[in-house]
Write a new protein. Structure first.
Length: 303
């Protein structure tokens, strides 16, 4: 999507970057994120095969940058974002240590999103941007950071939804045009719901869900939310919690087996979402169910 623009003369590299959080183990595909501690000094990054966005976190620093043959000197404040398309090298010098929330998008992930928006090729490019301040993009970025730092991350579908929305924002396009219908037809909605229910134990992606109803991902996301009243990822988590609750009450499987069979990463992940949505843990649910059975038996005996 972008041509490589070399930096004329390599400079000695004196800075260090240490990732304190990474999405590598979270099951995200086609995109990712890291929270990186960056030392003062000179930093050089080669041209990568993926697009990058670095969001400044914390106290301001003075930065002198070189990218795409342009030099920039600025005070980088909390929330400022630098957009570096694939194929561009970068060089910068910070006067103090700082923290960067680094987000990346694979070329294929970005290309699919662009194609589904049906934009003209001239409008379908990610361009270098420095000190970008966009409140809506910041909101999405901080939501992704919270997901990265959470003790138990949500379904990868949530992170995928956030990153798709970020790309739409970076390209500057609207995800759904005004002349399209605003809800899914009942039969279409039923098809998606049936597919979700049949595959709760598997990793679901926006691409495969949208393909069930022959829609682009951005269009599908908007129509699903307007039809069901919740975003796709939230609906999937709710269905997983409901399925897990039913299996727990049946008492035939262990909690760890139920977590895997309903698509949760592990037992504590299931417990976190059950507590959040139902206000009760799996263990408390089973204890309450046993108490109800015992009480019912006692009442029957007295009669």
């Amino acid at each position: 999507m972008n041509a490589v623009t070399p930096i004329p003369a390599p400079a000695p590299h004196s800075g260090s970057r240490v990732a304190v959080r990474t999405s590598r183990a979270l099951g995200w595909h086609g995109f990712g994120a890291e929270l990186v501690n960056v030392s003062a000094g000179l930093h050089r990054l080669p041209a990568f095969g993926h697009h990058r966005v670095g969001v400044h976190v914390g106290a301001p620093v003075t930065a002198r940058c070189l990218c795409d043959a342009h030099r920039h000197t600025r005070i980088q404040a909390h929330g400022d974002a630098d957009v570096i398309p694939a194929g561009l090298e970068g060089e910068w010098n910070d006067d103090a240590a700082c923290t960067i929330f680094s987000i990346w998008f694979a070329e294929d992930f970005a290309r699919r999103t662009v194609e589904q928006l049906a934009l003209k090729s001239v409008d379908a490019q990610l361009r270098p941007r420095f000190q970008m301040r966009d409140p809506r993009f910041q909101h999405l970025a901080w939501a992704l950071r919270a997901e990265l730092e959470a003790p138990d991350a949500s379904d990868p579908l949530y992170a995928e939804s956030l990153c798709t929305a970020m790309l739409v924002r970076l390209i500057g396009a609207e995800s759904v045009s005004d002349n399209r219908r605003r809800t899914l037809a009942p039969r279409t909605a039923a098809r998606v719901i049936e597919f979700i229910d049949a595959h709760l134990d598997q990793r679901l992606t926006l691409d495969e869900l949208a393909a069930q109803v022959h829609l682009s991902v951005p269009h599908f996301k908007a129509l699903f939310r307007d039809t069901l009243g919740v975003p796709v990822h939230r609906y999937v988590v709710q269905r997983r919690v409901e399925r897990a609750r039913t299996l727990l009450l049946q008492g035939q499987l262990s909690a760890s087996r139920i977590a895997l069979d309903t698509g949760f990463a592990h037992q504590s992940h299931m417990a976190q979402w059950m507590s959040r949505l139902l206000g009760i843990t799996p263990r408390e649910l089973r204890v309450a169910a046993r108490d109800d059975v015992a009480t019912s038996a006692q009442q029957t005996t007295r009669r």
